[in-house]
Design a protein around this ligand. Structure first.
Ligand SMILES: O=C(O)c1ccccc1NCC(=O)[C@H](O)[C@H](O)COP(=O)(O)O
Length: 259
């Protein structure tokens, strides 16, 4: 079993447990559930940098990245730096995140928040909305076309945008449909952890222009962003490069000033 299969097997158990503990009605009655959402895709299209900065404590590929920052200081630093949106990892076992992180982020900033999660069930989309997300992630490698359709349409019916993540041509072709807003190419192979920006470059022309193109993972220098911009990428999801420093917000600010 590769790491992605393991994460999904754990996630199925986690979701079943949470469904038994917290009823849908509780999520739907939460204060944030009926609040308005912000469009990440519009902000990216109107920005010159397109940076989506990630709150990431640890990862399966790198173990601990940073455990000393508070969520509030990271996300406020990112917002002050001028990022378009913030990705908040909510998986506890593999990334050290939680839905409380998302809630704290929502209380601290007004810019769009992406719930970075392994979404396999509508229940997790209701959780995302109830905890202040504006965007959800769907990973093509772990979902069928029908599941992507059902989950993305459900998210959009709640006012959430959808970032669909692919890693190869087959996943991209399977997934293209109108109920997506952004298409992200993950430069990290989630089964082997190999990182290579060539994945974004190879898929760039195959992504229809109506979707905002996002390049994800392994981005650590300005030259890479400029190169990817030339391939039509407007959004850049960056986690470790900022989180591994002493001041994630400052690192993001210095990065954006050079763009
Ligand atoms: O980051 C990992 O090791 C990882 C392993 C297995 C599944 C997902 C994983 N990461 C999720 C992400 O997509 C990244 O956190 C995100 O794109 C930012 O990447 P980076 O800038 O390289 O931290």
């Amino acid at each position: 079993m590769n790491i992605l299969d393991q994460i999904i097997a754990d996630k199925k158990q986690e979701v079943a447990l949470k469904k038994a503990l917290i009823p849908v009605s509780q999520l739907e009655n939460s204060v944030l559930f009926n609040s308005r959402t912000n469009s990440l895709s519009k902000l990216i299209l109107n920005s010159s940098s397109g940076i989506i900065a990630e709150h990431k404590r640890k990862s399966p590929s790198k173990s601990t990245i940073n455990s000393s920052f508070t969520v509030e200081e990271v996300v406020k630093g990112y917002q002050n730096a001028g990022v378009c949106g913030i990705s908040v990892l909510t998986d506890m076992k593999y990334f050290g995140g939680s839905l409380d992180d998302l809630l704290l982020a929502r209380a601290s900033v007004s810019i769009p928040l992406l719930r970075k999660e392994f979404i396999i069930d509508e229940y997790q989309i209701l959780e995302a909305k109830a905890h202040g997300a504006d965007v959800i992630l769907l990973i093509a490698a772990v979902l069928s076309r029908q599941e992507i359709k059902d989950l993305s349409e459900f998210a959009q019916s709640l006012g959430l945008e959808v970032l669909l993540e692919v890693h190869n041509e087959e996943e991209l072709h399977k997934s293209i449909m109108p109920s997506l807003n952004l298409i992200g190419v993950n430069n990290r192979n989630l089964k082997t952890f190999e990182v290579n920006l060539s994945y974004s470059k190879e898929l760039a022309n195959l992504i229809p222009n109506e979707f905002v193109k996002v390049s994800e993972s392994g981005i650590s220098d300005i030259a890479s962003v400029k190169e990817l911009q030339a391939y039509g990428y407007k959004g850049f999801l960056i986690g470790e490069n900022f989180m591994k420093t002493d001041n994630a917000g400052l690192a993001a600010s210095e990065f954006i000033k050079q763009l």
